[in-house]
Design a protein around this ligand. Structure first.
Ligand code: HEC
Ligand code: HEC
Length: 443
């Protein structure tokens, strides 16, 4: 063999080994094959560091999601004075407006003997940080309101519930699940200082009370303080259903109308909805025609003297990405029908053109016009995008309460399928519709 031939063969053999190694790597990285780690390869220093960083970030993110108030006590406590009302509310009333109790934060003995009709129990639960999403600030030197000096809220207030393992409303936390029992309007309505809300909305107290009462359980209106639209043109509430905060990894735009990414929206909510102290910048909110209140109050460029939000955004985002959509319980759907429904979803019903598996939203710019999905554009026009975001469908079974679509206009998954069938002229038979519903229930 000549030198040049030998060099060629060496290259071929080395190339073959490299290709083989790649193939092995590709196989072992394939989650379908059940092995998500690089098998056999020694973990390097950076691997170990990344793993440790991820764990630490996850732990911090969980704590932030559950417990960080971002300084929102200044608004809910000092301004709205909600604590003055909450201190005199018995747990039974709190549970009735959808507040949830974290059973793991309360010693079992205490839980078993708790008097749910005594406001002192509410205060005790708040001291234990057991009321999900509500954090009390206590002052031992103060006797008024049982020592409750102020209170703030956390992301878990709206985006967590419990599994009811102890009693309805009392159980283990379910982070990321929307609380479709929570009556945010009724809770804010307890404020002895609602005039502040009226001032912010540039309206009068009776209007504020009407709007808050129109929300009902499981709803909140994140656009109200931007555009002041409390009711839709048809007179119904303009509030939307609280969406889940699970199953969002890999999804580009967030909120029903695609305001932005997860970290965009987290900053928006912590600053502009929870009234935390921080920094927020979005020049789109300076559009006085679309967002008259936001423009008037300079919400497009908020810079508080202290920033309790920005240093939490990275860990919070990391934790949210780790919250998978819950899998349906065994027996909750018919597997054979769901398998037929899967074929329809990708075929005759053409759902998968927008709800692309396994994300079940459009990879890329996941927005569509109201006309494309056959509904009105009221809510879409309240957003800078003017469009609706394709909802990721995983875990849809777990958020049936309140209905489907941004405003719950469809009570059941069957109603959603009927809507598409009529609007898109799909010509589905009743059996095919039933199969499609079983498939949706299986996600
Ligand atoms: C008072 C209730 C409430 C609180 C508190 C709240 N949210 Fe939300 N969240 C909502 C509502 C309602 C929407 C839907 C907004 C829309 O589409 O107009 C939403 C939307 C979202 C979305 C988009 C979900 C999707 O499907 O794209 C994310 C992410 C989110 N919230 C995270 C958070 C985080 C993080 C916090 C804490 C910093 C938080 N939320 C606090 C009610 C709340
Ligand atoms: C043109 C894109 C598009 C097509 C095609 C499409 N969808 Fe949707 N889908 C959307 C958008 C956008 C939304 C959000 C609507 C809203 O919230 O008002 C949505 C919402 C939904 C929801 C509600 C989810 C929730 O949690 O509220 C379900 C269920 C659903 N679609 C199922 C289907 C099925 C089944 C098909 C096929 C028959 C289908 N979609 C076809 C874009 C599409």
């Amino acid at each position: 063999m000549s030198t040049s031939q030998r060099a060629l063969w060496t290259r071929v053999v080395l190339g073959g080994i490299a290709l083989g190694a790649c193939a092995t790597l590709a196989w072992s990285l394939d989650p379908e094959a059940g092995a998500a780690t690089v098998s056999g390869a020694a973990r390097t220093t950076i691997d170990r560091q990344v793993d440790a960083d991820a764990q630490a970030s996850l732990r911090r993110g969980r704590l932030i999601f559950r417990s960080a108030t971002f300084g929102s006590e200044h608004f809910f406590g000092d301004v709205l004075r909600l604590h003055e009302a909450v201190a005199h509310v018995p747990p039974r009333t709190a549970l009735a407006v959808g507040l949830k109790v974290d059973a793991d934060a309360v010693p079992p003995r205490v839980l078993a003997s708790a008097n749910l009709d005594d406001p002192a129990t509410t205060l005790a639960l708040l001291r234990l940080n057991a009321v999900i999403g509500v954090r009390g600030v206590f002052d031992p030197a103060q006797s008024a309101n049982g020592g409750l000096k102020s209170l703030g809220i956390t992301c878990a207030f709206c985006h967590s519930t419990v599994d009811d393992s102890v009693a309805p409303g009392i159980g283990h936390r379910l982070d990321g699940w929307p609380n479709r029992d929570l009556n945010v309007g009724a809770i804010i309505g307890l404020s002895p200082n609602l005039q502040v809300v009226a001032d912010r909305l540039e309206t009068d107290l009776p209007t504020v009370r009407t709007v808050l009462a129109s929300w009902g359980p499981g709803r909140f209106d994140a656009s109200l303080f931007m555009d002041g639209k409390g009711l839709r043109p048809d007179g119904k509430t303009a509030a939307v259903l609280i969406p889940p905060a699970y199953g969002l990894a890999g999804v580009n735009l967030h909120t029903y109308t695609g305001w932005g990414s997860v970290p965009y929206w987290n900053a928006f909510v912590a600053n502009l909805e929870m009234n935390g102290l921080g920094t927020f910048y979005d020049p789109r909110l300076a559009d006085a025609a679309k967002f008259p209140l936001a423009a008037a109050h300079h919400l497009d460029d908020k810079r508080d003297a202290v920033d309790l939000v920005t240093d939490k955004l990275a860990d919070l985002h990391f934790y949210q990405l780790a919250l998978r959509a819950p899998v349906p319980p065994p027996g909750s759907f018919d597997p054979a029908a769901a398998a037929r429904g899967r074929v329809l979803f990708a075929g005759k019903a053409a759902c998968a053109t927008c709800h692309v598996p396994p994300l079940y939203t459009d990879p890329g710019q996941n927005l569509h016009t109201a006309e494309e999905i056959g509904i009105d554009d009221f809510q879409a026009q309240r957003s800078p995008t003017g469009a609706y975001r394709t909802t990721p469908l995983k875990g849809a079974w777990s958020r049936a309460k309140g209905g489907y679509y941004h405003d719950g206009r469809f009570a059941t998954l069957r109603d959603v399928v009927d809507h598409y069938d009529g609007f898109l002229h799909l010509g589905l038979t009743p059996e095919e519709k039933a199969d499609l519903v079983e498939f949706l229930k299986s996600l």
